[in-house]
Design a protein around this ligand. Structure first.
Ligand code: ZN
Length: 59
């Protein structure tokens, strides 16, 4: 995905998961940019599914 703040592209696996100071840690699923720590909202599942379709046809 791409960071909405600095435009840095990274995988969700590489993101800084959760926020330690957040009292709703278990419910907080924001994706933190490893570069600027901006909390990106999670991608809509629809977009994710479409990407999966493209990946399948690509490989
Ligand atoms: Zn960023």
């Amino acid at each position: 995905m791409r960071c909405g703040f600095c435009g840095y592209e990274f995988r969700e696996e590489d993101a800084n998961q959760g926020c330690s100071s957040c009292p709703l840690t278990s419910a907080c699923n924001k994706i933190k940019c490893p570069r600027c720590n901006y909390e990106n909202p999670p991608e809509p599942s629809l977009v994710r599914n479409i990407r999966k379709l493209f990946k399948k046809s690509g490989s």
